[in-house]
Write a protein that binds this ligand. Structure first.
Ligand SMILES: Nc1ncnc2c1ncn2[C@@H]1O[C@H](COP(=O)(O)OP(=O)(O)OP(=O)(O)O)[C@@H](O)[C@H]1O
Ligand SMILES: [Mg+2]
Length: 493
């Protein structure tokens, strides 16, 4: 059976297939992933991918043309998006990218079946609403989401298991692998443990924003600022034409990428601004040093997140066997240098298929029908500070296997509410309360009544979100909370 995996990225998206012997990424004719860019023209179906990205330079957002980039960063928005007077949900727009990916894969290699289902990768911070929106976007294209899997985790799977022999070879290997995935919209860092035929996430840190798109914005603001200074344009009404602005954004991204190879880059746009009826050209030279000074704090913060991941996992730098640097933004030389300084050059790996490895990992999971399980137990903190286990480690994360009703007695209802505290249990001593606390309205303490029954229900839904509800006696409706921050594990041998 051919398994399909989809990496729907902020900047680039890729589909891969795995037939049990080899992975097959469906990249474009230049061997590159497909830009997650849409070009709407009037009523016509949008153009998606490389052609759309290349045309930004020709058309920008001039009348009759609308380019949409980074729709993934806005996938949670409930409000509709206006395109030429018609309103679309963000998942409908994302759905056009899924439709394009499906058609492209089919046209590129007709020996593969049509992708009607796939494992889809998501950033670590994606909540239930974002996952639902992605599911709907895939449905637009007639793709059923078999499962979601975290992007960095899928990257490790893609890196380790693209060959069927690796299952056997790796079953007795123990290794800690740090994945550092910095893309256009998200920084995801995961510490993964390979041990006795299992592979598990031990700690995760996922941060939206302050990634490639953000660096483009910083650089663009800096270039515009310099342009105003050079030309003494201080008027309050300074305004860049939206068409030119989209072209500048495009050029800035190319310049930023170029700075990873070269010491300086230039951006030139003729007649960028009209001042006193005169067209002024924008001609800006950007040095790598200057760019690095603009993003230095972000890089420092990214490095402290690496520390946080290791601290949470209680793993020393020396215990990390290798570091996978993936995502376009991690190619920034300053970051690369810092990672090598910390972990040592030999441990830091830049894999050849870094652009496609996430989707390849998802395709492998899809092929083998691997089901993610819970790495650590999820517990409720009791009044004596001991813990009651709701779901054991190893519980398969799906609605059939992970569902439980638990009844409690609330021992302290003084304020008219009970407090339900869920914890992630690392070991017998260490529990981390990282989930939001649920406050349940219950009857106040009566004369002789010191306890009140609380009925709780816990389940993992089809999007791998832990949903908890709790109800005391006075409210008809239970109080709900959802938790997306769960570490996944897989058994491969
Ligand atoms: N050599 C480079 N140096 C610096 N930045 C780069 C380089 N190559 C690509 N980028 C930037 O990396 C980002 C794209 O990376 P990638 O394709 O990994 O993102 P993505 O997977 O689409 O995003 P995300 O995973 O955050 O949803 C863009 O912001 C791009 O400008
Ligand atoms: Mg990515």
């Amino acid at each position: 059976m051919v398994g399909f995996g989809i990496d729907f990225g902020t900047t680039n998206s890729v589909v891969s297939a795995f037939n049990g012997r080899e992975t097959r990424p469906f990249v474009d004719s230049n061997n590159l992933p497909h830009p997650s860019v849409l070009w709407y023209r009037g009523d016509k179906k949008p153009v998606v991918g490389r052609e759309a990205k290349d045309r930004i330079k020709d058309f920008g957002n001039t009348p009759g043309n609308k380019f949409i980039r980074s729709i993934k960063s806005r996938i949670q928005q409930e409000t509709e998006f206006e395109i030429f007077g018609k309103y679309h949900y963000t998942w409908e727009i994302a759905g056009e990218i899924f439709r394009f990916l499906k058609e492209d894969a089919k046209n590129r290699d007709t020996t593969y079946p049509t992708m009607n289902e796939a494992v889809v990768t998501i950033p670590l911070y994606f909540n239930g609403q974002q996952r639902k929106a992605i599911r709907k976007a895939a449905e637009v294209a007639g793709i059923f989401v078999k499962n979601f899997i975290h992007e960095p985790f899928a990257a490790v799977i893609g890196c380790l298991f693209s060959n069927s022999d690796s299952l056997n070879l790796l079953k007795n290997i123990k290794e800690n692998i740090l994945v550092f995935d910095w893309g256009g919209g998200t920084l995801d860092i995961t510490l993964v443990k390979l041990d006795s035929g299992t592979i598990s996430e031990i700690s995760n840190q996922g941060y939206p924003g302050r990634s490639g798109d953000h660096f483009d914005e910083i650089l663009m603001a800096d270039v515009i600022d310099k342009f105003r200074q050079e030309h003494d344009i201080y008027s309050q009404g300074f305004w860049v034409d939206t068409g030119l602005e989209s072209i500048l954004a495009h050029d800035i991204e190319f310049a930023k990428i170029g700075l990873s190879e070269r010491e300086s880059e230039s951006v030139e746009i003729a007649d960028f601004y009209s001042f006193n009826d005169k067209g002024i050209n924008l001609d800006s030279e950007i040095s790598r040093k200057h760019f690095e000074s603009l993003i230095n704090l972000d890089i420092q913060d990214a490095m402290s997140l690496v520390d946080k991941v290791l601290d949470e996992a209680r793993i020393q730098i020396s215990q990390v066997g290798r570091v996978l640097l993936i995502g376009g933004t991690s190619k920034i030389p300053l970051l690369d240098r810092m990672m090598r300084d910390i972990f040592g050059t030999s441990k830091v790996q830049r894999i050849a298929n870094a652009d496609t490895v996430i989707s390849e990992g998802a395709a492998i999971i899809s092929h083998y029908y691997w089901q993610p399980y819970l790495v650590r137990p999820i517990c409720i903190q009791l009044s004596d500070e001991s813990y009651y286990t709701v779901f054991d480690a190893g519980t398969i994360l799906n609605p059939k296997t992970a569902q439980k009703e638990v009844k409690f007695f609330c021992t302290d209802n003084r304020d008219g509410e009970g407090i339900l505290i869920l914890a992630d249990r690392f070991d017998d001593i260490r529990c981390q309360v990282k989930y939001p606390i649920i406050k349940i309205p219950i009857a106040k303490k009566l004369r002789d009544v010191y306890t009140e029954k609380v009925i709780t229900d816990f389940r993992i839904d089809q999007n791998l979100i832990l949903r908890a509800s709790a109800k005391g006696s006075i409210e008809d409706q239970p109080v709900y909370a959802e938790y997306h921050d769960i570490c996944y594990g897989l058994r491969f041998a």
